[in-house]
Design a protein around this ligand. Structure first.
Ligand code: PMP
Length: 400
């Protein structure tokens, strides 16, 4: 083990280093293998070291890495074409992280408001939402405790309740420029916005001349079985943000909008690395694979299969069922044993299992979109094993 003391503490990390990966498997510095049902929080949508992605990365690296943000490059144009062809949006701005794309969305909505809505600036967001860790995106997020952590917050993000249209109606007024939501709340606990709620939101925002922004950093790029999760409800938002899966593991994100809303002028948004061809070439390959015929049908079928297996596990251990969309799913544990299960799963042998618990009573699963049914079966059997041990140890701990 090398000295980890000089690495800034960004999250609670176990004392291991990940050294290599292939598909659904990661290997640590002791040679232990882990079945990865987290995939870096849904980032590696095609698993680790996908051959197509690697070929695209290497081919572009040998041509040019970052000629200049001041010029167009071919992969940037190709990716923007792909994204607009498969969505209801007309314009794409590239970014390097989900938070940065969301900052862009907030700025774009505010600028549009300044031009078209008598300087309206408020963006209604939702309790338990997660939009990133920059100051504005933390202020937009509904994560408990974040309202005071780095106070004062960026102003203008009143919070409504997901799936409760009356709570949005109460907040919407002539200062409102947009409503922003995750079509499936990820960090908040894998909570899908209902189809009905998405449709009601679209009607309400249209009636008030207010923009609808979908943050698809976690739910986008095939995760739910549709290319974008907003497509599950048949609506057309004004702005969408993408991150994570779009780069299949490399730092790439995007902000998309309709022509009517694309009010940025040169200099308003961008940065040194935005749209660089090394990342966008990978994005072209990733989105190309996800939109290949049959790929998304397969994600839907495997999502359904994972759902059925999780429900069987829930029945067996008397848990509270499961929820989610496609291959973004959660098992409702019915008691606060999530963190213990995550730890037991990682440390079990001979192979470990990587999952996480966004809430203590919930386990989240975000496997590679090309995960196999055999890998799903293996995950379920590993989870069954740790659950049996954890539940037995809890029974022992309770005096008769
Ligand atoms: N939005 C959503 C919905 C997310 O899940 C995340 C990351 N968990 C972000 C934004 C922030 O993305 P990044 O970490 O790339 O800044």
């Amino acid at each position: 083990m090398s000295n980890t003391q000089s690495v800034m503490f960004v999250t609670k990390r176990p004392d291991i280093e990940m050294v290599s990966g292939q598909g659904s498997w990661l290997v640590d510095n002791h040679g232990k293998r882990y079945l990865d049902f987290l995939q870096g929080w849904a980032v590696n949508c095609l698993g680790h070291s996908d051959p197509g992605m690697l070929a695209a990365l290497n081919a572009q690296a040998s041509k040019v890495i970052n000629p200049s943000p001041a010029f167009y490059n071919q992969p940037m144009i190709e990716l923007a074409d792909l994204l607009t062809k498969h969505s209801c949006f007309d314009k794409v701005f590239f970014a390097n992280s989900g938070a940065e794309a969301n900052e862009g969305a907030i700025k774009l909505a505010r600028k549009w408001g300044r031009m078209h809505k008598d300087s309206a600036f408020q963006i209604i967001t939702f309790d338990h939402s997660f939009h990133g860790r920059t100051l504005a995106t933390m202020s937009a997020s509904g994560k408990p405790g974040w309202d005071t952590m780095f106070a004062p917050q960026v102003n203008g993000f009143p919070k409504a309740d997901l799936n409760d249209i009356a709570s949005v109606e109460r907040l919407i007024n002539d200062k409102t420029v947009a409503v922003m939501l995750e079509p499936v709340q990820g960090e908040g606990g894998v909570i899908p916005a209902s189809k009905e709620f998405m449709q009601q939101l679209r009607a309400l925002t249209k009636a008030h001349n207010v923009l609808l922004i979908v943050d698809e950093v976690q739910s986008g790029c095939g995760r739910t079985g549709e290319l974008f999760a907003y497509q599950l409800s048949g609506i057309e938002p004004d702005i969408m943000t993408l991150g994570k899966g779009i780069g299949g593991g490399v730092p790439l994100a995007a902000l998309l909008s309709t022509d009517a809303v694309a009010v940025f002028e040169p200099g308003d948004q961008g940065g040194t690395y935005c749209g660089n061809p090394l990342m966008t070439a990978v994005g072209v390959n990733v989105i190309g694979q996800i939109t290949a015929p049959g790929f998304l049908d397969d994600v839907k079928a495997k999502g359904q299969y994972l759902r059925e297996q999780l429900l069987k596990l829930s029945d067996k251990h008397h848990l509270d069922g499961e929820r989610g969309e496609g291959l973004l799913r959660a098992l409702q544990l019915g008691s606060d044993m999530g963190n213990e299960l995550v730890e037991r799963a990682r440390t079990m042998g001979p192979n470990g299992l990587l999952i996480n618990a966004p809430r203590p009573n919930l386990l989240r699963f975000m496997p590679a979109l090309n995960v196999t049914r055999a890998e799903i079966d293996q995950m379920i059997s590993m989870l069954d094993e740790v659950m049996t041990v954890e539940i037995a140890s809890r029974k022992q701990a309770v005096p008769a």
